[in-house]
Design a binder for this molecule. Sequence first.
Ligand SMILES: Cc1cc2nc3c(=O)[nH]c(=O)nc-3n(C[C@H](O)[C@H](O)[C@H](O)COP(=O)(O)O)c2cc1C
Length: 366
Amino acid sequence: MLGKEIMFTPVNLGSIQLKNRLVMAPLTRMRAVAGDVPNPLAKTYYAQRASAGLIITEATQISHLGKGYPGTPGIYSPEQTAAWKEIVEAVHAKGGSIVAQLWHVGRISHSSLHLEQGAPEAPSAITPSGQTYGADWKLHDYETPKAMSLDDIARLLKEYELAAQNAKAAGFDGIEIHSANGYLLDQFLQDKTNHRSDQYGGSVENRLRLLAEVIETVSKVFSSDRVGVRLSPYGTFNDIGDTDPIGLFTAVIQKLNTYDLAYVHMIEPRATSAGGGDQVNEEAPITSELFRAAYQGKFITAGGYDQVLGEKVLEEGLADAVAYGRIYISNPDLVERFQQNAPLNPYNRATFYGGQELGYIDYPTL
Ligand SMILES: Cc1cc2nc3c(=O)[nH]c(=O)nc-3n(C[C@H](O)[C@H](O)[C@H](O)COP(=O)(O)O)c2cc1C
């Protein structure tokens, strides 16, 4: 079959049914209102994009301490859950499927965002290089995170469980565990950020223990075939890195093969900055080529795709679906535009993060 035909052929990712292979990538927009409740406009924003085979929500923190930027939504309070329920209903009413991306940023945070809890938490007390946004929307130097105790990890798993329960109560079709882009679960996986000497550090087996426990925890709420995992091997965003990405991520995939997951979602490292810029690293390895064959389930690829590249990766059998990020921000009817080979609206980076309607729900359809 030609790539274009495959793009518009339905596929099941575990028990999640997609009417086409176009996925809306998770996109942080920093427009949440008081209490980290999703913006009321988010209902319109997501419903406008319901022709996607699958919508993955913006990263959504599982706890207050898991928050890393101003204006990102949570899914740990009743108010947040009620707002998500309205969003899910709006997407379902238009025939779409939607999963919640569950997020904890770990050390990529600032104490001003969670004053009651203080310093960010992470596998090890290693300060990220660079600066980050605090609650005042201004840049601050990163702080040294607190290395999580075993009690902290037990608490974290409870937080994942509650977030999954809330996602289920909101009616989501499933959840995606954010284990990419240098956030908490990625910090546990990779040896630049994990210097622990207990059962969560050291060997690869130990470093992937927390991700495995999170999968097992949320799979008590959603069946595992409604749980996806996002990974970003070779990513460097948020000062992350590993001395042996092939060894590490091959072991991660072998572990993921033991769960009957909905999908694995990998970000190609050529899209270097995970939202922070438009640079492309042409030298970066192609991870769908490196890792797809090792994974026995369904595979979503993301990062720097246009229509032609997306059709090609489907035709080559290197992925079952393709996630689009930046061009989904500016093209709510991306599916219809691809169907008609229509030109795309350019995106405006200045309105990616924060604000209200502008650059959020006002991009024109065909
Ligand atoms: C504004 C913006 C926000 C993003 N937010 C998230 C996020 O919340 N979670 C995540 O896993 N990736 C996030 N990303 C990364 C995208 O999901 C995607 O992997 C990246 O943009 C590369 O895909 P693209 O080339 O199609 O844009 C974000 C990217 C952008 C541009």
